[in-house]
Design a binder for this molecule. Structure first.
Ligand SMILES: [Zn+2]
Length: 369
């Protein structure tokens, strides 16, 4: 017969979720192909940072990627809005692409392998290498030219975030909708629609993180392939306009898309968001807040609609328990404790992203040049 104390302990364990051993965490974690669809470390490597050795600062290096069991990374080819001045956006994009190819893959070929398709991600994983992919962040980098868009595809870019925090000449951003000095378009212009169609034709994923709500709805109407949010979270918990409303998440899922949860504290909790707005120090979110966002998407849109886009090395505040790329197993533990099954976790960590990538590849017109 169980004692009262044992019953109380069992009740407490149930309230927190089930107990999970370290061995189980690592077994499930290693069984997944973890694809992080947004990492900003190229903004460091382009300035000379060596990604190889364990670094005392920042969120990403090769040693910690290995410790975290990361299988693939979409490195962000981020072009800040300031490069629009003087038409330096394309120059910056090319330098960032070179940094991924030269400073990351070229410098550590035994550990990284450049990947441009879902099959290549899986091939790299089978060889024990980390698949390195590239996503272009900030549509202004095409300098309003479909030719540059095609050039970026040829260099290996496999998604483009249509805007950063700045509205460009063809798409509104969520980052400046409150600025009356900015000329907005009510979503996508005709050129913006052409850009989306050309991305479909090339097989480049359309990333709606950062765009305004109206741009999102326009993309959903225009794109023939499932769009995805490479690094966004849920507005249900937090008023950040960077996050997606329930209505948007459900619509995205209906089209076969995925929202990749961002680890930035001010996109996860209202307390952090309020502090960010007030320009105060953010109270850190926790790994359980990330689980809360994942769980919310699963509840409203299903297990096929969510993934991971950490934004490591691109965020101001990172959750306790997810301090850098080595800490992903803590998320696996929290998901197992919450009751997620290994096959669910494999979908969240990479299966869903591979599916969206393959859907974009399938839309690619044969021999699209
Ligand atoms: Zn971003």
């Amino acid at each position: 017969m169980r004692t009262l104390a044992a019953l109380a302990l069992a009740a407490a364990a149930f309230a927190q979720g089930r107990a999970v051993t370290d061995a189980e965490v690592m077994r499930v974690h290693r069984s997944a192909l973890l694809i992080d669809t947004h990492n900003d470390v190229p903004s460091r490597t382009v300035a000379g940072f060596d990604i190889g050795p364990r670094a005392p600062s920042g969120h990403t290096d090769l040693v910690r990627l290995r410790e975290g069991g990361v299988g693939a990374v979409f490195f962000s080819v981020y072009v800040a809005a300031e490069y629009v001045t003087g038409n330096r956006s394309a120059n910056r994009a090319l330098q960032m692409i070179d940094s991924v190819r030269h400073d990351i893959v070229g410098r550590y070929p035994n550990d990284f392998m450049l990947a441009t398709t879902a099959d290549e991600i899986e091939a790299a994983h089978r060889q024990g290498k980390i698949a390195a992919l590239m996503g272009l962040e900030g549509g202004h980098a095409i300098e309003d030219s479909l030719r540059l868009l095609r050039d970026y595809y040829r260099l290996g870019i496999r998604y483009m975030t249509l805007t950063h925090a700045n509205t460009n000449h063809w798409a509104d951003s969520s980052g400046d909708m409150d600025k009356t000095s900015v000329q907005h378009h009510n979503g996508l212009t005709d050129l913006g629609k052409q850009v989306v169609r050309e991305m479909n034709r090339l097989g480049m994923m359309v990333d709606i993180s950062h765009v305004s709500d109206k741009t999102f709805w326009d993309v959903l109407a225009v794109s023939s392939a499932p769009p995805f949010a490479s690094h966004s979270s849920c507005r249900a918990f937090c008023t950040a306009p960077r996050d997606m409303t329930d209505e948007m998440i459900v619509a995205l899922a209906k089209k076969g898309g995925v929202v990749q949860i961002n680890f930035e504290c001010s996109f996860l909790t209202q307390a952090a968001r309020d502090a960010w707005v007030a320009k105060e120090k953010q109270p850190p979110a926790t790994v359980n807040d990330v689980v809360k966002h994942i769980d919310h998407v699963v509840k409203i849109a299903g297990i096929d609609a969510v993934g991971i886009g950490s934004d490591f090395d691109g965020v101001d505040c990172i959750p306790t328990g997810l301090e850098d790329v080595s800490k992903f197993p803590n998320l696996t533990r929290a998901l197992l404790e919450k009751g997620y099954k290994p096959e669910d976790i494999r979908k969240i960590y990479g299966g869903n992203t591979l599916r969206v990538m393959r859907a974009a590849e399938a839309r690619r017109e044969r021999e699209a040049n």
